[in-house]
Ligand binder design. Structure first.
Ligand code: ADP
Ligand code: MG
Length: 238
């Protein structure tokens, strides 16, 4: 399960409201992309969903249950950070196992999950290496592995590929799309890159200054952008 609903969610930092009342439903299993220019509130929105920031007003529901006050570790969601968030002194195995060790999971279950994730991500032969001995793409896979082992209801990605070079980015996009097909788990993917949005999304949420300009499938946004801002962002001819 992984249905996420935002009901009249707002966020202010001090006197500045960066998210005006926002309503959005993300269906279970959907690959949703938040797209918009730098500073429009993509990361803030993701952090509110993850519980890393408190909302100022409104409510967040996960699978029909109010999760507004639920701490991040209990929301059943896993944030995927850029690969430089790995621990350089730990092996791949220990990096992937880290959230499970924190949760004091049984050692045999940790091994089972880490090896399962490594197999899905083609990292089986690299479990004893350290991040510094891996390629950029492999490091990003380790960061994804750390989320997979938690068996989350949803994955939250915040521009995970932005520090990879262009060729690697194309490959990793495909890998993440494949992973979504394979796991059939809700994924929310933040990017300012139109190509990522158009090629990866089931549903695109176009954000501007904290509010939603338009929500739709890539084809819907391409065929019928609501205004020139959406058209410009999606790269359609209108
Ligand atoms: P994006 O991820 O789309 O680039 P952010 O969500 O990081 O945008 O930022 C949205 C707005 O909120 C920006 O104006 C940013 O300066 C502001 N903001 C984000 N985090 C904080 C914070 N911790 N304190 C104050 N302002 C913040
Ligand atoms: Mg951001």
């Amino acid at each position: 399960m992984g249905r996420i609903q935002l009901n009249d969610v707002t966020k202010s930092f001090g006197d500045t409201q960066v998210i005006p009342p926002l309503n959005l439903t993300i269906e279970d299993g959907e690959f949703t992309v938040f797209v918009g220019p730098s500073g429009c509130g993509k990361s803030t929105l993701l952090r509110l969903i993850a519980g890393l920031e408190d909302i100022t007003s409104g409510a967040i529901e996960i699978d029909g249950t109010d999760a507004t006050s639920t701490p991040p570790a209990k929301r059943g969601l896993a944030m995927v950070f850029q690969s430089y968030a790995l621990y350089p002194h730990m092996s791949v195995r220990k990096n992937i196992a880290f959230p499970l060790r924190m949760a004091k999971m049984d050692a045999a279950e940790i091994t089972r999950r880490v090896e399962g994730a490594a197999s899905v991500l083609n990292l089986t032969d690299y479990l004893d290496r350290r991040p510094g001995q891996l390629s950029g793409g492999q490091r990003q896979r380790v960061a994804i592995g750390r989320a997979i082992v938690r068996e989350p209801a949803a994955f939250l990605f915040d521009e995970p590929l932005s520090n990879l070079d262009a060729a690697l980015r194309v490959g990793m996009r495909l890998e993440i799309s494949e992973l979504h097909k394979r796991l059939a788990t809700t994924m929310i993917y933040v990017t300012h890159d139109q190509v990522e949005a158009m090629t990866m999304a089931d549903k695109i949420v176009v954000l501007r200054a904290g509010h939603i300009e338009q929500v739709g499938s890539p084809l819907e946004l391409y065929r019928a952008p609501r205004n020139t801002f959406v058209a410009g962002f999606i790269g359609s001819p209108k």
